[in-house]
Unconditional design. Structure first.
Length: 307
């Protein structure tokens, strides 16, 4: 048994397909299949049922968590060596909320890639719960989420504060107002992200909205950018994070409306596992992120309320 075999069975377990697992592991399918077959022979048991599509783990194969733990410990040894050398290279996997990634990453990521060509940062957009589950399982090194992570497994480091803003079509009654009051927001023609997005959940609580059905029925899997285009075409209202405003042109900025005080605000954190080792790399990332954020967003301002 070796670490490479453990990587292969975890890839098949996750992707449920030998060819896709081989591509993910950057090997040929015959090589991957042969290595797994060799491990099965050594253990004298079958780990996967190859007669089904997608491939399914056997009863024994479902108990692969120990393989994940073993690989995690092996990677920690590599991380210790890299940290001792203050290395800023290698693979770093990070999960980011879809309501953070498109507005934050373009502000520092291209420069980071140029400055550290040996650093391979792999970004995956996920909802909060998915981020934390992947982080806990060792599939990610860090996550960028809104709000501190609860639990003994996680260490949360605050980065910046970000207000919620209304994005209002010219045909909506709120367009005539300079500010939005939470009591004035109703579910009618309100474009919100699907359930499970903390951006939606925080706004629903702040505005005391029990439901927002009409637009949700039409766009249950809509994105924030899609909703913004709907508003621009004259339909309804949505909400955007503060950093998104910096990407808008003058015409689009005319549709932005701040909340009346207290202004709903989220706090963005970078979260790692408590056994995370590569602090030199992490601190560099934190510095890069804070440097690209407007200074006023680094502290909680008067009139802001974290939701």
């Amino acid at each position: 048994m070796n670490l490479q075999q453990l990587e292969y069975i975890l890839a098949v377990d996750e992707l449920r397909h030998f060819a896709k697992a081989a591509e993910y592991c950057n090997v040929t399918q015959p090589t991957l299949s042969a290595m797994i077959q060799k491990l099965e022979d050594e253990l004298n048991t079958k780990l996967f049922d190859r007669t089904t599509q997608p491939v399914q783990p056997t009863l024994t194969g479902r108990k692969v968590e120990q393989a994940r733990i073993t690989l995690r410990q092996a990677n920690l040894i590599k991380d210790i060596v890299k940290e001792e050398a203050c290395s800023l290279g290698g693979i770093f996997r990070i999960g980011v909320l879809p309501t953070i990634a498109p507005y934050l990453l373009p502000r520092f990521f291209p420069e980071l890639m140029e400055e550290y060509p040996s650093l391979d940062i792999r970004v995956t957009e996920m909802k909060t719960q998915e981020c934390l589950e992947a982080l806990k399982a060792g599939e990610l090194e860090a996550v960028l989420i809104a709000g501190a992570a609860e639990g003994a497994h996680f260490h949360s480091i605050p980065l910046y504060y970000e207000s919620f803003l209304g994005y209002v079509s010219r045909h909506n009654a709120l367009f005539k107002k300079e500010m939005i009051r939470s009591s004035e927001v109703s579910g009618e023609q309100l474009w919100l992200l699907d359930e499970g997005h903390c951006f939606r959940d925080q706004l629903m609580r702040f505005c005391q909205l029990e439901s927002a059905q009409s637009c949700q029925i039409a766009y249950r899997l809509g994105s924030m950018e899609t909703f913004m285009r709907m508003v621009e075409s004259g339909k309804g209202i949505t909400f955007i994070p503060e950093l998104a405003v910096l990407q808008l042109n003058d015409e689009q900025k005319r549709l932005v409306r701040p909340f009346a005080m207290p202004r709903p605000t989220r706090r963005i954190y970078i979260v790692t596992r408590t056994d995370f080792i590569r602090h030199t790399l992490l601190n560099m990332l934190i510095e890069k992120i804070k440097a690209c954020i407007p200074k006023e967003m680094l502290t909680l301002q008067n009139g802001q309320k974290v939701v």
